[in-house]
Design a binder for this molecule. Structure first.
Ligand code: NAP
Length: 244
């Protein structure tokens, strides 16, 4: 049975993607930065209830050495990784004039360097397998920019360049690499916004509502499926018509 690794998957969009890929029949390697994220959390039970195997691998995806070890551990446990979803991401928002160097560097490490770390180690495994699907979580902030998110939008734009580069480097080995760019999705990340901020955002969306995590998971499932075998290097916006 094929295995999917989803980073930052204890909750939010990552957990929804993991559950959807379990329903699609993949064994699931969950990841998050700390064990605490899985406490009082039934994601592993829900995945196992789909009849697939599931294991969690605690690792800071911004740490090169930890990622190398984790990818080895997943290979030992499951034998291979057919689908990699680079989902882990953080925000440390602030207007550029007030943004600290630490705020900038931390977001770059977690959102951007993690994609290099994972693509490098999982990508070499996929090259030997001569098959694989890599799906990266970008954002509309990376496509259009967003005030207060210079750090975040920089990383999400970088992910688009990384996606196209990986697609070109690994395409001849039967590996596809695509990105999805969600708009405003209902998760703990967006729950932090004020009511005024939420209303202002919804007003810009053609469908006049937030997206649900399952609506991101559905597109990721398609990109991992045989139907997407000739789709690579693409960025699919999932934003309810935020910008057209
Ligand atoms: P979330 O609810 O905050 O989930 C992200 C998960 O990643 C958290 O469990 C988080 O743990 C974990 N994580 C953070 N740093 C990590 C690290 N260094 N190593 C491993 N795991 C780490 O976020 P989300 O809203 O589901 O977003 C998921 C992805 O979609 C992100 O890449 C985000 O940028 C992107 N996205 C989200 C939206 C949206 O509207 N929500 C829109 C566009 C794009 P902690 O809680 O401990 O940090």
């Amino acid at each position: 049975m094929a295995t999917a690794l989803i980073t930052g998957s204890a909750r939010g969009i990552g957990a929804a993607i993991a559950l959807r890929l379990a329903k699609d029949g993949y064994n699931i390697a969950l990841n998050d930065i700390s064990e605490d994220m899985f406490e009082g959390n039934d994601i592993m039970d829900k995945i196992k209830a789909e009849g697939v195997e599931c294991e969690k691998f605690i690792c800071d995806v911004s740490d090169y050495a930890q990622v190398e070890q984790t990818v080895k551990a997943i290979k030992e446990r499951f034998g291979s990784i057919e689908v990699l979803v680079n989902n882990a991401g953080i925000t440390r928002d602030g207007l550029m004039a007030r943004m600290s160097e630490e705020q900038y560097d931390m977001v770059v490490a977690v959102n951007q360097k993690s994609v290099f770390n994972m693509c490098k180690f999982v990508g070499s495994m996929m090259m030997r397998q001569r098959c694989g699907r890599i799906i990266n979580l970008s954002s509309v902030a990376g496509v259009y920019g967003n005030p207060g998110q210079m750090n975040y939008s920089a990383t999400k734009a970088a992910i688009i360049g990384m996606t196209k580069t990986v697609a070109k480097e690994l395409g001849s080995r039967g590996i596809t690499c695509n990105a999805v760019a969600p708009g405003f999705i209902k998760t703990p990340m967006t729950d932090k916004l004020t009511d005024a901020q939420k209303e202002a955002m919804i007003n810009q969306v053609a469908m006049k509502r937030y997206g649900e995590v399952e609506e991101i998971a559905g597109v990721v499932s398609f990109l991992a499926s045989p139907d997407a075998s000739y789709v690579t290097g693409q960025v699919i916006e999932i934003s309810g018509g935020l910008m057209m």
